[in-house]
Design a protein around this ligand. Structure first.
Ligand code: NDP
Ligand code: ZN
Length: 352
């Protein structure tokens, strides 16, 4: 089969591979819609995870089940399914500790385009299909459904890690697709003011639709100064980092009130050390908690997010600004994600 792959750090291309083998609990899925992720860009072009050769890229897909193993009970060939970016090994000690994302080791629940071939192939493999697939309801369009697999679970996880209280003032760093879903998540969790940073006009427009109340242009003046001005010197109750650079973490620590949470879902792709400003962290005693997390995956998480979409709580379809038709256009969509034109939020490729 054909797949679009990372050939090595900084290099991508089409390759031929054998169709994956299906074990008793696994499934083989044919993609119907896929999307490239900023994480694919960090992985390939920054070499953020280290070298990977001839690894098929992509971890955001909805598809049709092509084959199932002998022990799979709830799915059969022909079913249309939402496939989470994170597909944990549910029989693992990390699951018992409450962190399926790290089943088998740190970040090892993230398999596609990290430790095994991703979803940009004519077929892809799903481990533990009964625990990792969710049925795609007919009333959710493919473009919206593919946003559930990673963007929605990640952004909303930012709001979960932030543990937002009713009426809290929240800042979301970044209004790319992840930040936008964090804005939607913050609103769902009861935030009052939602400040965001970003400049791409389409992203800013959609941020307001999802609930942003103040937009900060991080290019014109330091973000901390702008936040203190908006909040009359008080700062924010919680900060969610969904974009930016290592200095963004320092800024978040500075502007979060004592006792507040700093939640990170950004993928810091470069550098060895992340800065924490000593004084603003109360010399280590300010009760400012920093939490960072990989998005939750698995079947139940997907089913819950699907319910949010079906009952009109969040419309992830607003993230999709570019739709490509045909498997061959995956390359174009990935390069768009690398170049980030000003009118882009997220591209989707419909496989025909
Ligand atoms: P985008 O690049 O689309 O968005 C980044 C956002 O950050 C943009 O709004 C950008 O503004 C803003 N930004 C950039 N620099 C700064 C700065 N210095 N200060 C403040 N804001 C800034 O990324 P995505 O939304 O696609 O992804 C966000 C991150 O989440 C990525 O690192 C991605 O790899 C990661 N990710 C993490 C996952 C997880 O499970 N934890 C899963 C999926 C993705 P502008 O409008 O000017 O471009
Ligand atoms: Zn991703």
């Amino acid at each position: 089969m054909k797949g679009f792959a990372m050939l090595g750090i900084g290099k991508v291309g089409w390759i031929e591979k054998d169709k994956p083998q299906v074990g008793p609990y696994d499934a083989l899925v044919r993609p119907l819609a896929v999307a490239p992720c900023t994480s694919d860009i960090h992985t390939v072009f920054e070499g953020a995870l280290g070298e990977r050769q001839n690894m098929i890229l992509g971890h955001e897909a909805v598809g049709e089940v092509a084959e199932v193993g002998s022990e799979v009970k709830d799915f059969k060939p022909g079913d249309k399914v939402v496939v989470p970016a994170i597909t944990p090994d549910w029989r693992s000690i990390e699951v018992q500790r409450g962190f399926p994302q790290h089943s088998g080791g740190p970040l090892a629940g993230w398999k596609y385009s990290n430790i095994k071939d991703g979803v940009f192939g004519e077929f892809f493999h799903v481990n533990d299909a009964d625990m990792n697939l969710a049925i795609l309801p007919e009333d959710i369009p493919l473009e919206s459904a593919v946003m559930i697999t990673d963007m929605m679970t990640t952004g909303i996880h930012g709001a979960e890690l932030a543990d937002i209280g009713i009426g809290d003032t929240v800042i979301v760093f970044g209004v790319g697709p992840v930040g936008l879903m964090a804005v939607a998540g913050a609103r769902l969790r009861g935030a009052s003011r939602i400040l965001v940073t970003g400049t791409r006009p389409k992203c800013v427009e959609v941020a307001k639709l999802y609930g942003a109340t103040h937009v900060i242009n991080y290019k014109t003046a330091p973000v901390d100064e702008q936040v203190l001005e908006i909040t009359n010197g008080a700062g924010v109750d919680v900060a969610i980092i969904a974009g930016g650079n290592p200095d963004t973490l320092a800024t978040a620590v500075k502007i979060t009130k004592p006792g507040g949470n700093i939640s990170n879902v950004n993928y810091f792709g470069e550098g060895d050390i992340l800065p924490i400003p000593r004084l603003e962290w109360g010399c280590g005693m300010a009760h400012k908690t920093i939490r960072g997390g990989l998005c939750p995956g698995g079947r139940l998480r997907m089913e819950k997010l699907i319910e949010l979409v079906r009952y009109g709580r969040v419309d992830p379809g607003k993230l999709v600004t570019h739709v490509f038709k045909g498997f061959d256009r995956i390359e174009e969509a990935l390069m768009l994600m690398k170049d980030k034109p000003r009118d882009l939020i997220k591209p989707v490729v419909l496989i025909q």
